[in-house]
Design a protein around this ligand. Sequence first.
Ligand SMILES: C[C@@](CO)(OP(=O)(O)O)[C@H](O)COP(=O)(O)OP(=O)(O)OC[C@H]1O[C@@H](n2ccc(N)nc2=O)[C@H](O)[C@@H]1O
Ligand SMILES: Nc1ncnc2c1ncn2[C@@H]1O[C@H](COP(=O)(O)OP(=O)(O)O)[C@@H](O)[C@H]1O
Length: 292
Amino acid sequence: MKVLEKAPAKINLSLDVLGKRSDGYHEVKMVMTSIDLADRVECGDLSENRILVRTSAPYVPEDERNFAYQAAQCIRETYRINRGVEIMIKKNIPVAAGLAGGSTDAAATIRALDKLWGIGMSYEEMLEIAAKIGSDVAFCIKGGTALATGRGEKITPLPSLPPCWVVLVKPTVSISTAQIYKELDSQPIMHPDVEAMMRAIEEEDFQTICRLLGNSLESVTMKKVADIAKIKEQMKGIGAEGILMSGSGPTVFALTQHESRMQRLMNGMRGYCSQVFAVRLCKPFPLLSEHE
Ligand SMILES: C[C@@](CO)(OP(=O)(O)O)[C@H](O)COP(=O)(O)OP(=O)(O)OC[C@H]1O[C@@H](n2ccc(N)nc2=O)[C@H](O)[C@@H]1O
Ligand SMILES: Nc1ncnc2c1ncn2[C@@H]1O[C@H](COP(=O)(O)OP(=O)(O)O)[C@@H](O)[C@H]1O
């Protein structure tokens, strides 16, 4: 048997870093939303009792360093499962881009193995496994739009955003999330208004959502990647309702409700960067346990 799961990327609409914790992580308060730029994760039976990971992208590890591998390992140990699995990952999400590519593959693996192995995990049980793999995996279990707190693993669902286009531009450099959080510690922190962002989402006020876009990590990554400021400037010139860097970067996204602006952004940015995408938002996943 085989189970295929879609694994959507995320963008951070508001990312506030509240401070450094004693465990080395940073306390965050973020509003995230899933976008329709997605990997595909297929989990199938393997005759040998081991985990085999294959990916379509070069430079993505296929051993125990892969987050999908780690998710499968964690589930096998937690639920004492003596079955092998072959995990095929078709990568469409740029790697180390601030879009949670690895985290969403891990979350998709958790959803897939719950079905393949008939475990019947609750949402809370999935979140527990997710938190062991990485801070962003918990959000990716259900996706949609949500507030993430703690180190990112505590999830409160929010209403969907008004329909819009998301245009993404990924500069060629890749970024280490750990390095960006480390460098933030020696700099003054800009705090976006996360509460106001949540109110704007509740009120379906697209213009205010765009005005409130903010990310504490943006200025840190911008100092390392000069392209980010240039991309933001160009996108502003072409016209978008809101523009921000996602996560630790370096991907920059623009939001617009106008198809003509989306087209102009695509055409304008393609000449500048090789990785440019225009996508819609993604709805949250209905989980099996919620139908009971
Ligand atoms: C910045 C964000 C925003 O959504 O996304 P990305 O840019 O990675 O997509 C996340 O906070 C990234 O989450 P994730 O990529 O899962 O991080 P993890 O694997 O848990 O941690 C990688 C490293 O980042 C640092 N880290 C991560 C999360 C956090 N709240 N505080 C931290 O200080 C730690 O140094 C940790 O060792
Ligand atoms: N399934 C996976 N897909 C992509 N990267 C992965 C995966 N599993 C582990 N990684 C590792 O995670 C690192 C961060 O990648 P990614 O999750 O795409 O970035 P980000 O945290 O910026 O969104 C990569 O450098 C890669 O080595």
